[in-house]
Write a protein that binds this ligand. Structure first.
Ligand SMILES: [Zn+2]
Length: 544
């Protein structure tokens, strides 16, 4: 997802109950394979009634299944169709499983529940007074409205059966199965809409939208680059008042899917919907149904960079999901870097370098995460605090340097292989490293350790002198010590007074001292630029 400007502080102060992180592995004895959720939405207000049927496989010895569920009342639990004993705890449901069954058994768990939903499903009236319902689960807020094993390591398919007033359009993950009027004799004009996501997704991506939405059809896109169909059907849903903003930044949504399909692999889901919503984030990459903040539509400020970021998540984060939170950069770093690759495709190399330069500035200026913690942060327990410059900008720039380290060909071949092996499943950083090493033939342990397992970045200072006898600029590069020394290559560009530029590259190694480059220059240098192509994540300083 992407944060809204200035949103982090207000989020960080509102986390409270979210900050408790569970021990790992999360629920090792059970694996949810499928959720079938029937949800009755009211005409007004936030009181819901629901039934969730989970198909759960037991993978090791345990006689109690623990599901996450907050706030709501549970009226009944069934195991394989029979009423079962359960205990409603402060943050979940403990369900007794039948005795004398094989350890590796599959159970069908039905939960009837309801009440006033407080989070996860965001219920509010829009500016025109219409009631709207939008799921917003990241990171572990699915448990506010879905009985679940609410952790990214446990992915499952999901069927949504939503009953709501017919004035509302219901959109959810996956393929639209049916939409039909409900005839229950009450005379109310209600419709049941069924969506089915047949690929396993993490609970934080399982959402519905139910609101008065109008559809803007972007048509079939990225034909030949879709895993579930021939083409990717893309649609934008907005509030009626914002219809005139369309297609706006979505004009290029087709090209974005096409680019990532070409670079990574076929688009993983049944369709791609983009919705104006009430997500607390700037954008949230719910699988096959991206939710965007309302403001960008109302003010007309939304740009294609945000669409590219959330669309890239369909491959990275959604299809290949970080198995645990310390590996969040596999989601956010990828989305950051692939959005920059979209910039390169759409606006050229100069714009790409400029964007990376901005990414680097954010990393260098960060005093919270980057300077204190490694990207793979196993200490942080406040999940929302992981939405930081480490996971996003530093992770994104590390991918950029990896591409520099092993070359564009090997890099994208490794990306494709990593995606192919882990799609519709989960991955950790070592899985990415293995593919990068295989594709390049290089041992990259030092690279992954240096950039992802320790805080900070190199700080490099250059001093220059001129040797008039040999007509060479002498550029001496030295590492500073705030974060220790790194193993890096630094390119230096020297321009003489006639405007002729020449380059050389120095390799700096930890504890190896300063390195001096001799670069031909007809006159004393008019300018010395370090890392002219924005390839290195470092604080770079040329002494006057
Ligand atoms: Zn993101």
């Amino acid at each position: 997802m992407r944060l809204r400007a200035l949103a982090l502080l207000s989020i960080a102060s509102s986390v409270g109950a979210l900050s408790a992180q569970s021990p790992r592995p999360y629920e090792p004895a059970f694996d949810v394979g499928d959720y079938a959720i029937t949800l009755d939405l009211p005409d007004t207000g936030a009181t819901i009634r629901a039934t969730a049927v989970l198909t759960v496989r037991r993978v090791s010895r345990a006689d109690t299944l623990r599901l996450d569920l907050l706030d709501l009342d549970v009226s009944g639990v069934r195991v394989d169709g029979r009423a079962a004993a359960f205990a409603r705890t402060a943050d979940g449901i403990d369900i007794a499983l039948p005795a004398r069954r094989a350890v590796a058994a599959t159970f069908e768990i039905g939960v009837d529940y309801g009440g006033v939903v407080r989070d996860g499903l965001i219920v509010r009236q829009d500016t025109a007074g219409r009631w709207t319902y939008f799921g917003d689960n990241w990171p572990n807020r699915a448990r506010h409205w879905i009985p679940s094993i609410d952790h990214p390591s446990d992915k499952a398919t999901v069927t949504w059966r939503v009953r709501a007033p017919s004035t509302r359009t219901v959109v959810a993950n996956g393929r639209l199965v049916s939409r039909k009027p409900i005839r229950d004799g009450s005379g109310a004009d209600r419709t049941e809409t069924v969506w089915r996501e047949a690929q396993p997704i993490a609970p934080y991506l399982m959402v519905i939208a139910a609101a008065q939405l109008v559809e803007y059809n972007l048509g079939d896109t990225a034909c030949g680059l879709s895993e579930q169909a021939r083409c990717v059907a893309q649609t934008v849903y907005t509030a009626p008042e914002q219809q005139s903003f369309m297609p706006g930044p979505f004009l290029r949504a087709a090209e974005i899917v096409q680019l990532f399909g070409r670079l990574v692999g076929p688009f993983p889901y049944e369709k791609l919907a983009h919705l104006q919503s009430s997500t607390r984030f700037g954008g949230m990459e719910n699988a096959s149904a991206i939710f965007y903040a309302d403001g960008g539509f109302r003010r007309g400020t939304m740009r294609d960079g945000l669409i590219a970021h959330e669309t890239a998540h369909q491959w990275f984060g959604d299809a290949v999901t970080e198995r645990d939170w310390p590996h969040l950069w596999l989601s956010e770093g990828f989305a950051t870097y692939f959005a920059a690759l979209w910039t390169r495709a759409a606006r050229g190399d100069g714009a790409f370098r400029a964007e990376l330069s901005g990414v680097r500035r954010t990393v260098l200026a960060d005093t919270m995460a980057v300077a204190r913690r490694p990207v793979i942060d196993t200490i942080e327990t406040n999940l929302l605090a992981l939405l930081n410059a480490n996971s996003y900008q530093k992770g994104g720039f590390v991918l950029h340097m990896l591409r520099g380290q092993i070359g564009e060909g090997a890099f994208f071949s490794a990306i494709r292989e990593y995606y192919r092996k882990h799609k519709h499943a989960t991955a950790v950083t070592d899985d990415l490293q293995a593919e990068m090493e295989r594709a390049s033939g290089q041992d990259l342990q030092w690279f992954f350790d240096q950039w992802l397992r320790r805080p900070g970045f190199p700080e490099i200072t250059a001093t220059t002198a001129y040797d008039a006898a040999t007509r060479e600029a002498l550029v001496t590069l030295k590492q500073g010590g705030r974060f220790g020394e790194f193993d890096v290559s630094v390119t230096v560009s020297v321009t003489d007074s006639s405007g002729t530029a020449r380059r050389a590259t120095a390799r700096l190694r930890p504890n190896a001292g300063a390195v001096t480059l001799r670069i031909p220059s007809a006159t004393p240098p008019a300018s010395v630029v370090l890392d002219p192509d924005v390839e290195l994540l470092a604080a770079l300083h040329v002494a006057p």
